[in-house]
Design a protein. Sequence first.
Length: 144
Amino acid sequence: MTSNDEDEPGRSRLRWLLGIVLLLSVPLTVIWWPGCRQYPAVTSQESLQHMKLLYAACNTRDTQTLDRVEKGVERLTQEGMLSPAEQQAFARIIGMAKAGDWERAEQAAFKFAQDQVGQGNAEPNHTEDHANDKKGATPKGKSK
């Protein structure tokens, strides 16, 4: 028996392990690859808020909230604050919910939100959103 014969089981295990790693890494790469996202990045804080509201509407099957989202999306579209891809994504999900396919709409709205993770925001100014979030601050119209 030569030293090459003795190394063969170790090499075989290494090849097997490498093959497993490659098989597992390909699907993970496809899932996380930016081009494989199903929904576009939102381009404004208002769009992000409407996306969250859309998920809430679908999750609770709330037609009034869904109508608010639809009107908000129409306004943002008219003001040029939504990209065509964003508008289409909203319209598709709203359409599912209006057709009564709430479960699929909820899943789609969740995926829309998920696809935002790590993409950032075109308008990172969030100071207005948190201006009244100070500890101990009294809500407007209320006294301590």
